[in-house]
Ligand binder design. Sequence first.
Ligand code: TYD
Length: 223
Amino acid sequence: MPHKERGKFITFEGLDGVGKSTQLEKLAVHLRKQGLKVIKTREPGGTLLGEQLRTVLLSSRTSGLSPLAELALMFADRAQDIDEKILPALARGQWVLCDRFTDSSEAYQGGGRGLGSDLVLQLHGTLCRNLQPDLTILMVSDLGANLARARRRNIEQAKGADNDENRFERENHAFYKRVLDAYLSIAEREPQRVVQIDAREPAGKVHKKIVETVEERLVRGSN
Ligand code: TYD
């Protein structure tokens, strides 16, 4: 049997409400039009187990979760996503687009909750066998605008539902400033993997930049 070329693994990162999910969807449509096989996943939540963990992690009904327990649950979700979805898809030659990955843990739990990067990277080494994305799109915008958008959206979604996804959005400005700073440090540390995209532009323009980045880094790079 001919050896199948491994697919590419692209992650999307950024603060809540920055427009990641919209851009991930647009990129998936674009890549499929190019004839590529693409699967999407998200963390927390890409698998059946992950959806249950997501409810626990994001619901504002979950109170008193310790930062370490929160980190452990994020990694439980990720370990499952990697084994169940990401690695099998890559091995089949599919491209995997993932809404958040370990950079989120480094930014939110490492930076936001103050657990530090070392612990997160150690866990990534053990529990994720250090799987690295081929490319990470880090979407950056104004702190205030992001949070206002994320809060509005989650309040809307929670109306009439018996659960919500507001636990993180309740954090204050200082928390999100630490998250953003941690993201920017990761981008500085790993410029070969992480590309910052200005998310303040209209969605169409942002999409164009993301497509250019993917072509530059992954399509031309692999020829
Ligand atoms: P998500 O739906 O991705 O957020 P949004 O669409 O608002 O950007 O929600 C995931 C939330 O979980 C988000 O607030 C970030 C947080 N999170 C962590 O704190 N650590 C992690 O490792 C991951 C994957 C997410």
